[in-house]
Design a protein around this ligand. Structure first.
Ligand code: SF4
Length: 96
């Protein structure tokens, strides 16, 4: 996975900066921006690897990320894990 400056392709780039750092029900709206984002995987990996505590990243709220981190304490690199999962998914899509 390219760990370079993926932010230039972020769907939320044109949004108000505060939009992804909302709370409660507003987070559901914020997550919608992430749905079609081309750098969603990179964004989520960045938040998980760096234990970023606030805001919606990669379509997940801080609460969802905390739960995921608790479930998978064995993961040392989310970049690696998500990149592998993405590559395998691409293979599956081609084969299927
Ligand atoms: S996944 Fe969401 S928060 Fe991350 S860059 Fe894309 S739109 Fe922004």
């Amino acid at each position: 996975m390219d760990q370079g400056d993926w932010r230039i392709n972020a769907s939320c780039r044109e949004e108000e900066p505060d939009q992804l750092f909302v709370r409660g029900a507003e987070q559901r709206k914020a997550k919608l921006v992430c749905l079609g984002c081309p750098v969603r995987t990179e964004c989520l990996a960045e938040a998980l690897d760096n234990r970023i505590e606030f805001g919606v990243w990669g379509g997940m709220t801080e609460r969802e990320r905390r739960a995921l981190l608790r479930r998978r304490p064995d993961v040392t690199s989310w970049h690696e894990l998500l990149d592998t999962a993405r590559q395998e998914h691409h293979v599956d899509v081609r084969v299927g």
